[in-house]
Design a protein around this ligand. Structure first.
Ligand SMILES: CC(C)(COP(=O)(O)OP(=O)(O)OC[C@H]1O[C@@H](n2cnc3c(N)ncnc32)[C@H](O)[C@@H]1OP(=O)(O)O)[C@@H](O)C(=O)NCCC(=O)NCCSC(=O)/C=C/c1ccc(O)cc1
Ligand SMILES: O=C(O)CCC(=O)C(=O)O
Ligand SMILES: [Fe+2]
Length: 365
């Protein structure tokens, strides 16, 4: 249902838009549903950040993110494909990954259910209305730091415990998100085992497990139909600050990653039914001393369809010190990154607007 406006004229001013979208919790979904004919000024990105979808759909098999079949996950060829993709692309898609398709369908449905709630209901999960930092309903990425806003609303859920999730996560999506997280855990452990083996880490003991996957954050992303998609972005250029990210996308498309032979092209990650997209994050780039790459990516806005995605960010714990692993440096390799407190790293990321691969400079020696 379209939101009712108390002061239609106030909406045309920049502060009216900000109030409606950010403070009142209508999000860009609220703007989209008013049937705006033109993109508000705040969302107009500089030319160089806009995404031309002209090449959308052009296929070039050598220039696409690998699609890896995990049916025989203990076959060394699978590990080889995964580690090579993590080195070369930092991104890959998995099919037959073991997470039941029904679980994925349920979490997509739950995401729509949450965003269909009235603004007042969703706003109960905003940082202003909730006394916890672990649940956050918001819009754009970092509105207080951005020169141009991004065309996305989100619900971000930091997992602390089953009890806290039961008490704080919105009932519209809580069970389905928890199930998605739990059912993905085996896959996450398998991936980390393969990736670690190649780095000379023979076994993932409890300490390493904490460092690699000691905290999880799940975002429900909603990209509503945009009046001028060519002028803005859904998500600007960034790399994730996670160890790795498990991303569920729907069938709409619009995710682009930096890659190809020139390492500069923007390559579309086409939706593949039942698949999960995996990408390496900054924490693993740092721990592998640059061997695995956390690749820049971004999301286009869409002029005709609402899109959702649900990333699971698998992370170190906030209290962990991260640095190149001793096993990686055992052969005399020189460390490229220094030791940083993971929560400092994440705060640095959230405090600024998206700026491509710049976050990792924070950890460079
Ligand atoms: C530092 C954290 C994130 C928050 O701890 P806190 O004690 O609650 O910290 P602060 O209250 O000081 O929050 C710091 C600031 O971070 C920002 N922030 C706090 N969570 C959020 C939040 N989910 N969303 C977007 N700002 C936030 C926010 O600016 C906030 O400031 P403020 O506006 O004053 O509340 C802490 O939970 C922590 O260390 N977590 C480690 C695990 C973790 O969350 N890892 C990040 C994985 S996320 C990832 O890889 C990519 C995410 C991403 C997301 C969107 C994109 O467009 C692209 C990528
Ligand atoms: O929506 C997507 O496909 C990707 C979103 C993303 O990059 C993120 O949330 O970090
Ligand atoms: Fe991302």
């Amino acid at each position: 249902m379209a939101p009712t406006m108390t002061s239609p004229s106030g909406m045309t001013s920049p502060s009216g838009i900000t109030n409606f979208v950010i403070n009142k919790g209508n999000g860009v979904k609220g703007l989209s549903e008013m049937g705006l004919k033109r993109l508000p000024k705040q969302y107009i990105q500089p030319l160089e950040e806009r995404i031309s979808t002209a090449s959308f759909g052009i296929k070039n098999s050598e220039e696409s993110v690998p699609i890896i079949d995990m049916s025989n996950w203990d076959d060394p060829k699978v590990a080889e494909a995964i580690c090579s993709a993590a080195e070369k692309w930092g991104f890959f898609q998995l099919v037959n990954h073991g997470v039941p398709i029904e679980v994925l369908e349920n979490v997509k449905e739950a995401t729509h259910r949450f965003f269909e709630l009235p603004a007042e209901e969703k706003s109960k999960n905003s940082k202003e209305h909730l006394c916890s930092n672990n649940v956050r309903f918001g819009t754009s990425f970092s509105p207080q730091a951005e020169k141009a806003l991004e065309w996305k609303d989100y619900l971000s859920l930091f997992y602390v415990s089953e009890d806290e999730a039961s008490a704080l996560w919105p009932p519209a999506c809580k069970d389905e998100v928890l199930e998605y997280m739990k059912k993905s855990e085996i896959l996450i452990k398998r991936l980390l085992e393969m990736l670690m083996k190649r780095l000379n880490v023979k076994e993932i003991d409890q300490e390493k497990e904490g460092l690699l996957m000691g905290s999880m954050r799940i975002n429900l992303n909603y990209y509503p139909i945009c009046p001028n998609p060519e002028l803005t972005v859904g998500v600007g250029r960034h790399s994730d600050v996670s160890t790795l990210t498990v991303l569920l996308q729907d069938q709409i498309g619009g995710l682009y990653v930096r890659g190809g032979t020139d390492k500069k092209s923007w390559i579309h990650v086409p939706p593949v039914k039942g698949s999960l997209v995996i990408n390496i994050g900054d924490a693993l780039q740092i721990m592998s001393n640059g061997r695995y790459k956390s690749i820049e990516h971004r999301v286009a806005a869409n002029g005709s369809k609402n899109r959702i995605s649900v990333p699971i960010f698998v992370n170190p714990r906030p209290s962990d010190l991260i640095s190149p692993l001793p096993e990686v440096l055992a052969n005399g390799e020189k460390a490229v990154y220094k030791q940083v407190l993971y929560s400092d790293y994440v705060k640095h990321f959230f405090r600024k607007a998206h700026d491509g691969k710049s976050t990792i400079e924070f950890a460079k020696i």
